[in-house]
Design a protein around this ligand. Structure first.
Ligand code: ATP
Length: 357
């Protein structure tokens, strides 16, 4: 669900240079009130620099940041109704859970009784027992510590919370649980969450919308479904994980030539007008065919290997120098054996033509 309504944050041609290097290169974006917006991109793409500017920890070289329509470019971090949530490692290790949560209230001069009431309220909200108020942070598990870090950020009731890869140091299983919990907490608190990660998989689970960043630019912004089903560039489609990507050229008469496969494929309806690009087909949309007529696009290859992925099986089929990936549910597994000559194909509406970028 994408929250509607006026934006809480508006970025206009936002740019940050470090000497001759441009870390953030002209970003235009609106983030809606109460939205869970995730910025995803590889290491060095400028995610942290962007979020640090939004949090007031770094100042833009040019462009504007508006909070509910007011320009806040020069407002320092402690004067903004926003808060950065770091990895749980940033907690004070020798203090109690309560002292950690109350930290921002204490430096704002809130009296002890009020601080405690707020801390207990947050423990409840984050599903931690009240008795944890006096527990040492060092005696908490990784997941509990992450919740304490979040409670500390929520303590002074910020409007926007920024998260810089808070789950990156946590093991896979716990991370998967915390991703869902964070999404629940987002719902329960009604705050705007701006989250950065290098994992599109993590972004998909939690976000209302995702912005994919590369080299300081936002390449595409959309819902998880938009990004998954309609990537606009090769980079965005490949960032999603295993996909089949075929370099193609337009023939000008409705078909696409794939020189490396010496084959022609049908152009998907609504495809962008490009001279050359890439045809993307997700593994779950590739099929094994009985005859070439069973799909509008077909190729002959050799079944090279298969991998069990829990509920699905992934097959690798070699066609010349290309390796195609096909995924089937376990109950629809391919019946043949390795090294079989196989016919594979796809329906044109399941392919996407993307730009080279
Ligand atoms: P990561 O996922 O590795 O944290 P990122 O996408 O968050 O990467 P940034 O930390 O924003 O990327 O860095 C973007 C680029 O800007 C990098 O090449 C980095 O070296 C450069 N950079 C960041 N801060 C500074 C600085 N203070 N001075 C010079 N260069 C910097």
């Amino acid at each position: 669900m994408t929250p509607q309504g006026p934006p809480i944050l508006t970025l206009k041609a936002l740019r940050k240079e470090f000497g001759a290097f441009t870390a953030v290169d002209g970003i235009d974006l609106e983030i809606a009130d109460r939205e869970f917006f995730t910025i995803v991109g590889p290491s060095g793409s400028g995610k942290t620099t962007l979020v640090r500017m939004l949090a007031g920890m770094e100042f833009p070289t040019s462009g504007d940041i508006l909070l509910r329509g007011e320009r806040i470019n020069d407002v320092p971090a402690n004067k903004r109704p926003t808060c950065m949530v770091f990895q749980s490692l940033a907690l004070f290790p020798h203090r109690t859970v309560g002292e950690n949560i109350e930290f921002s209230l204490k430096i704002r001069g809130v009296e002890p009784a009020k601080r405690k009431t707020r801390a207990i309220e947050l423990l409840r909200q984050l599903r931690l027992p009240e008795s944890y108020y006096t527990k040492s942070v060092q005696k908490c598990s990784g997941g509990e510590r992450q919740r304490v870090a979040l409670a500390r950020a929520l303590a002074f009731d910020p409007e926007i919370l920024f998260f810089d890869e808070p789950l990156s140091a946590i093991d896979y299983k716990l991370r998967k649980t915390l991703e869902k919990e964070l999404k629940d907490i987002h719902r329960e608190t009604g705050k705007t969450f701006v989250y950065i990660t290098h994992s599109l998989e993590e972004a998909m689970v939690m976000s209302d919308r995702i912005g994919v960043m590369r080299s300081g630019k936002l390449l595409q912004v959309g819902t998880p479904n938009d990004i998954y089903t309609s990537p606009q560039t090769k980079f965005v489609s490949e960032f999603m994980g295993d996909v089949n990507v075929i370099p193609v050229q337009s023939t000008g008469n409705g078909s696409l030539l794939a020189p490396s496969l010496r084959a022609k494929f049908a152009t998907p309806v609504g495809a962008p007008q490009v001279q050359s690009g890439h045809l993307v087909i997700r593994p779950e949309f590739m099929r094994f065919l009985a005859t070439p007529d069973d799909a509008p696009n077909s190729l002959t290859g050799q079944l090279y290997n298969e991998y069990a992925l829990g509920s699905r099986i992934q097959y690798q089929v070699r066609v010349g120098d290309h390796v195609f990936i096909i995924e089937k549910l376990r109950q629809q597994a391919y019946g043949g054996k390795l090294d079989d000559q196989v016919l594979i194909g796809w329906d044109t509406q399941h392919s996407i033509l993307v730009r080279d970028e």
